[in-house]
Design a protein around this ligand. Structure first.
Ligand SMILES: [Zn+2]
Length: 85
């Protein structure tokens, strides 16, 4: 599987801001998912919020524990209720 190439004027998968330049990397939680991230989110090792929830549902809360503790995503805290519902 190829990583997507950076396109100008795309939207960051994590913070949803339109950015001139995005960097490609695979999600650390959902290994098969390629992400396009802005420099900020890339450097901070952020994951898209929906993807953290999805990984929690698929693999369990323990699996995403480090991401939750360090809040490595944009947006409100992800609660156990959100993952279990
Ligand atoms: Zn971003």
């Amino acid at each position: 599987m190829e990583l997507p190439t950076s396109k100008s004027g795309s939207i960051c998968a994590s913070c949803k801001k339109p950015k001139f330049e995005l960097r490609a990397r695979r999600s650390r939680l959902m290994k098969e998912t390629p992400l396009l991230l802005c420099g900020d989110c890339y450097d901070k090792k952020y994951e898209p919020r929906y993807l953290v929830v999805m990984a929690g549902r698929r693999y369990g809360i323990d699996y995403i524990g480090a991401v939750l503790r360090k809040h490595l995503y944009i947006g409100a805290d992800i609660t156990a209720e959100e993952i279990l519902k």
